[in-house]
Design a protein around this ligand. Structure first.
Ligand code: NCD
Length: 327
């Protein structure tokens, strides 16, 4: 691919759709193959180099992103905002969507989307219902990016997770990836699992019985012929894992809070536990954490979760530039 920026002169190259995402929605990781992923990663590395040298450019000057969040968010919303701003664009932040917009008056998602597209060039949407982003995509005439649809998918998170693994460990092949916690309701592990099936990995799913990975995704894993084992016990995976991907038990998805109370503290990653892990491995978490990883672990060089946060901005910069036709 031709570079987007000439870092010495910072001239913008003529806009070309080399990634092939111009005008497209980003709804599911099913859209991505290894070739597309590697192009996005190359762009994300360029974004990182650009941010580290000059902080920002005018690539998306005059472009507007509507950030519509019907569920709480810290990282996803602020990284999309930062990504847009570092590329010279701007944002309509409806990050408290339900409370302060006409959504609270009963406006439908379809009407909200058809309104926002009058002002904006792309919409990023987080919503509690599975399939909400697809519905928004059906109505909108501008790109819709799925920032999490209930317990469904979280494709931009999965790309930044995969990018983090690649950048931290130097490869995506030959790795043992262990996912721990709420594999039933965690949309990040659903999307990441599907992306990892493109590579030569072994998967280990660690969860309480009631929070096992959904059958639909298990079937995809089995069809892909990937080496997979499920267990309830983190002790079974700690010594061999190259990636320990820890998740929060998704309280908001439980109908019965007594059931949540039973499983919420099931797994806690401590310094003692990771003493048994490999010297070269990483601990990841999409965050927020609510006790699954002790603070003492943060000082371990293998704790990658805040570096993972930063990668989110580079990946979202790459994706925004791509869907807005500037990459
Ligand atoms: C996750 C989410 O919202 O799915 N957070 C994120 O986007 N980084 C994970 C979670 O809420 O547990």
């Amino acid at each position: 691919m031709n570079p987007l920026f000439n870092l010495e002169e910072l001239d913008r190259k003529t806009a070309v759709d080399t990634i092939g995402l111009t005008g497209k929605n980003i709804l599911s990781v099913d859209q991505f193959d290894t070739e597309l992923i590697s192009k996005i990663f190359d762009r994300a590395r360029e974004m990182r180099a650009m941010v580290n040298t000059v902080g920002g450019v005018d690539l998306l000057k005059g472009r507007v992103l509507a950030a519509l969040f019907y569920e709480p968010s810290t990282r996803t919303s602020s990284s999309f905002i930062a990504a847009m701003e570092r590329l010279g664009g701007s944002v309509i932040p409806i990050t408290q969507g339900v409370k302060f917009s006409s959504v609270s008056k009963g406006e439908t998602l379809a009407d909200t989307v058809r309104t926002l597209e009058q002002y904006a060039d792309a919409i990023v949407l987080r919503h509690p219902q599975v399939g909400a982003a697809n519905l928004a995509g059906d109505y909108a005439h501008i790109p819709v990016l799925n920032a999490g649809d209930g317990a469904g998918e979280h494709p931009t998170q999965a790309l930044l997770d995969l990018f983090t693994i690649r950048e931290e460990l130097g490869t995506l092949n030959g790795l043992k990836v262990a996912m721990i916690g709420d594999l039933k309701n965690g949309r990040t592990v659903h999307s990441l699992t599907k992306l990892l099936l493109h590579y030569n990995v072994s998967l280990r799913f660690v969860s309480p019985e009631i929070l096992r990975m959904p059958l639909k995704i298990m079937n995809k894993v089995i069809d892909a012929g990937v080496n997979i084992r499920e267990t309830h016990d983190v002790a079974d995976v700690i010594e061999n894992a190259d990636v320990l991907y820890v998740t929060r038990v998704q309280k908001e998805r439980f109908g019965d809070l007594a059931q949540y109370e039973e499983v919420k503290d099931h797994y806690v990653i401590t310094s003692e536990l990771i003493e048994r892990a490999k010297e070269k491995m990483i601990i990841m978490h999409p965050l927020p954490r609510v006790g699954e990883i002790h603070y003492a672990v943060d000082n371990d060089p293998r704790a990658a979760y805040f570096r993972q946060v930063k990668n989110g901005m580079y990946i979202r910069m790459a994706l925004l530039a791509a869907v807005l036709g500037e990459a």
